[in-house]
Write a new protein. Structure first.
Length: 306
C-alpha cells in the first residue's frame, strides 16, 4: 500500500570528530560529507529502500542544493513530482556533528521547508488521498502538516508523527487526536509529557500520558536502550539489536520508514515496531543520513540472526 511522506528536504553537511566541541571551543575533525538529508527525505528514502511505494511532498529552492536533492532522490527511486521548487526560498540545510560514539548534534536551517503551506497539500491531494500511511515530522510548519493528516485520515489512511523537533511547551489540546501513531525519542518525550524515560517502565508511563492527549498509539524510542510501544490492544518492549554503530544521524528516520512500511503491509503494531527497530539499528552501521537507510534484505537478515 502507498506511503506518503510530507516533510523536509535538506542537504546535510556532516562533520566527524573524536568528540563534539564544547561551547566556544574549536576542534580538529577527521572528515566531512555532503549528502541528502532532512527528516522527510530520509524517511521517504528509508521506506522506498524497503520496497514500499513511496511519494515525497515538500519544497526545495531554485539553487544548486535543490537540484542536487532532486537528482539524488530520483536516483534512489523516490518520485519528485510533488516537490515544489520555491523561487523565494533557499533549499534547507543541516550542519551535523558526529562523535566517535556515534552521538550527534544537529543545526537545521529550514529554508524552503518552512515556507510550506496549504498549497503544497492541495498540489498533492490525489496522492495524499490514496495513501495508506502518511509520515510527518516537525521540520515543516504544523498547520499544513495537520491539513495533510486530516485528508489522509478522512480517506481511510493512518498518520505517523515523528515529533522532531518537539515544541518546547508540547502540543495544543486536540493536536494529537489528529494523529494515529507518535514516535518520540527520550528528549521529545520529556518535552511532550514532562517525563524523560530511561527504561521500559518509565516509557510506559510516558506513553500513557501521550495517549491521554488523544493519539491512538505511542512508540517511545530509547536509542540504544530499546523501544517501548503501547496502544489500546497491546504494549511491549523491543530490546536493542546488537550492531556496530558508527553514525546515528538518521536512525530515527529509518525507524519510522520501517514502521510505516510494516504497518502498510498489514502487520500488527508489535511486529511493525520490531521490524522498525531493526531498520533503525542497521542505519547506525553506515555513515550519512538518507544514504544510511538499509535494504529489505539487510533488515530480514538481521531479524533472522537475532
Amino acid at each position: 500500500m502507498p506511503i506518503a511522506v510530507f516533510g523536509s528536504i535538506n542537504i546535510d553537511l556532516t562533520t566527524y570528530a573524536d568528540r563534539l566541541p564544547r561551547p566556544g571551543e574549536t576542534l580538529h575533525g577527521e572528515r566531512y560529507a555532503l549528502g541528502l538529508g532532512g527528516k522527510g527525505c530520509n524517511q521517504a528514502v528509508a521506506a522506498r529502500r524497503l520496497g514500499a511505494v513511496t511519494t515525497l511532498i515538500g519544497r526545495i529552492g531554485e539553487d544548486e542544493f535543490g537540484a542536487r536533492a532532486r537528482a539524488e532522490l530520483a536516483a534512489m527511486g523516490v518520485p519528485t513530482r510533488d516537490i515544489f521548487q520555491d523561487p523565494d526560498s533557499d533549499t534547507g540545510i543541516a550542519v551535523i556533528g558526529v562523535d566517535s560514539t556515534a552521538q550527534n548534534c544537529i543545526t537545521v536551517i529550514g529554508g524552503a521547508n518552512m515556507a510550506i503551506d496549504g498549497s503544497d497539500v492541495a498540489r498533492a491531494a490525489e496522492r495524499l488521498a490514496a495513501a495508506d500511511i502518511l509520515l510527518l515530522q516537525m521540520e515543516i510548519p504544523l498547520e499544513p502538516a495537520l491539513m495533510a493528516a486530516d485528508l489522509v485520515r478522512q480517506s481511510g489512511g493512518r498518520v505517523i508523527l515523528d515529533p522532531a523537533p518537539a515544541p518546547a511547551n508540547g502540543y495544543a489540546p486536540g493536536v494529537l487526536a489528529r494523529i494515529d501513531v507518535i514516535t518520540p525519542n527520550e528528549t521529545e518525550t520529556e518535552l511532550l509529557t514532562g517525563l524523560k524515560p530511561t527504561n521500559a517502565k518509565e516509557a510506559a508511563q510516558a506513553a500513557a500520558k501521550l495517549r491521554e492527549q488523544g493519539v491512538a498509539a505511542a512508540v517511545v524510542k530509547l536509542g540504544a536502550s530499546g523501544v517501548y510501544f503501547q496502544d489500546a490492544e497491546s504494549e511491549g518492549f523491543v530490546e536493542p539489536f546488537k550492531v556496530d554503530s558508527i553514525d546515528s544521524v538518521a536512525a530515527g528516520d529509518c525507524f519510522n520508514g520501517g514502521l510505516a512500511t510494516a504497518l502498510s503491509e498489514g502487520r500488527p503494531l508489535a511486529e511493525a515496531v520490531h521490524f522498525a527497530a531493526a531498520c533503525g539499528a542497521l542505519s547506525t552501521t553506515k555513515r550519512g543520513a538518507s544514504a544510511s537507510a538499509p535494504t529489505r534484505e539487510e533488515v530480514e537478515d538481521l531479524l533472522a540472526r537475532s
